[in-house]
Ligand binder design. Structure first.
Ligand code: ZN
Length: 179
């Protein structure tokens, strides 16, 4: 992992084809590790700068089980609900509703494309906060979708793995016609 630094820095985002996106991530041993804390700070500025609603550590070339959910309306996701940016370490999906829903997803590692992905509409999850506290939460709809998308990243999956290619569209057309 990179050394710690005083101020958060924008990280390079791994693009589809880079092997780090296909490796299973390893658990975070010590959330208090200054390198982990610095990584979280970097991911927070990187996801905001890129107009993302979430980012996983493998997307910034760190194969760790850690991601940020940072839902808010932005030019890439005009209808996203607002949620305070939250770092989730060693996340788990405890249960998923039988009810699934197809919805549009994009990915900072797959620029220019959107696809319809089927996800659980509701999930129960567990994760550690950046302070090392265990949280159990339930999420629905778009936030549940972000969690499932980011959870895929830490297992080496990307959303296009789950898309029928006929449900894949260019981001430009998506923003013009569908959003
Ligand atoms: Zn992604």
């Amino acid at each position: 992992m990179e050394k710690t630094h005083d101020k958060p820095i924008l990280r390079q985002i791994a693009q589809l084809g880079q092997p780090v996106l296909r490796e299973p991530a390893r658990p975070v041993d010590d959330p208090a590790d200054p390198a982990v804390q610095a990584l979280i700070d970097d991911m927070l500025v990187t996801v905001s700068d890129a107009n993302g609603v979430g980012i996983a550590a493998p997307q910034v070339h760190e194969p760790l089980a850690l991601f940020i959910v940072a839902s808010r309306p932005n030019p890439r996701y005009p209808h996203a609900p607002v949620m305070a940016p939250t770092a989730m370490l060693n996340p788990e999906i405890v249960w998923g509703s039988d009810e699934t829903e197809k919805g549009w997803e994009g990915c900072l590692s797959v620029p220019g494309l959107r696809g319809l992905v089927s996800r659980h509409r509701k999930i129960g999850v567990r994760y550690l906060t950046r302070a090392g506290e265990l949280r159990e939460e339930e999420y629905t709809d778009f936030i549940a979708r972000i969690f499932q998308h980011e959870f895929d990243h830490i297992r080496g999956l990307v959303f296009v793995d789950r898309v029928d290619t006929r449900d894949l569209v260019s981001e430009k057309e998506y923003l013009r016609i569908i959003a």
